[in-house]
Ligand binder design. Structure first.
Ligand code: HEC
Length: 232
């Protein structure tokens, strides 16, 4: 009996409490406000006009050179610096899976011209539809081409070859290069040195310093990422 009474009191109190919460009056009257600018925020709402900025926009762009989380740091390759391209490299090492991914990307973006055999005899060229002979990456001077020059070719293009910077992010460029370098090693080029990275793609992204964001030219001279290529 005593328990039942307690239960009733608790239930009644709970019901009253809830009613109090949902009462309109209570909602409309927040009580005393001691700090008006905390009770009523004076912050500008997103997408509203803002007199503090010359373009009147409240929503701001990220600071120049900002690197999105999980994205690699900008590279510091400069377009005209052909000497620098020769020593431009990466500290990243690539797992077999990543080299394989590089091969997949190569066959999508490069194979059409350079050929699945990397001999410069891809279907676009051999069909006669593309006049310029693509580089034979497994022969002659190209066989031992420094990886930085391959990176430059991908990033900036080369004569009749367009830039692939917008199709391949820096990580993917290095994966493609790792694939090319591995094929070159098999064709008599230098021993494959970009491999043995057991790291998964994500942790590689943290260690790769060769990255660029075309939207952030200021990053080229910034201090966001030391590049081990020997030039900035
Ligand atoms: C539309 C055809 C085409 C595609 C696609 C293409 N290339 Fe090329 N590539 C060429 C041609 C043509 C040349 C020769 C340019 C020259 O030396 O005049 C060349 C040259 C190169 C060179 C030598 C650069 C140098 O400094 O001499 C490399 C390395 C290269 N390509 C890599 C790639 C990679 C990697 C891809 C894929 C991301 C790719 N190419 C996609 C046509 C293409």
């Amino acid at each position: 009996m005593k328990n039942l009474k307690t239960l009733f009191i608790v239930a009644a109190a709970a019901a009253l409490g809830m009613a109090a919460c949902s009462s309109d009056e209570h909602r409309k009257n927040p009580g005393k406000a001691y700090a008006m600018d905390m009770t009523h925020s004076r912050a500008y709402d997103a997408y509203t006009a803002n007199p503090n900025f010359t373009d009147s926009q409240t929503s701001r762009m990220p600071v120049m050179g900002t690197v999105a989380r999980d994205h690699a740091l900008p590279d510091h390759m400069l377009e005209g610096d052909t000497n620098g391209h020769k020593t431009f490299t990466t500290s990243a090492r690539f797992s077999e899976a990543e080299v394989k991914e590089g091969g997949r990307l190569y066959n999508i973006y490069c194979g059409i011209c350079h050929g699945t055999a990397l001999d410069g005899n891809g279907p676009l060229y051999s069909s006669g539809k593309f006049a310029a002979m693509p580089a034979n990456l497994v022969g002659g001077a190209y066989l031992k081409m420094p990886e930085g020059q391959i990176y430059a070719a991908i990033k900036y293009g080369k004569n009749m070859m367009g830039s692939y910077a917008s199709q391949l992010d820096p990580m993917q460029r290095w994966q493609v290069i790792a694939y090319i370098k591995k094929q070159q090693a098999g064709a008599g080029g230098d021993a494959f040195a970009l491999g043995t990275g057991a790291a998964a793609a994500k942790s590689t992204a943290d260690t790769v310093h060769a990255t660029e964001s075309s939207a952030t030219p200021a990053a080229e001279g910034g201090s966001t990422g030391a590049h081990e290529g020997g030039h900035h």
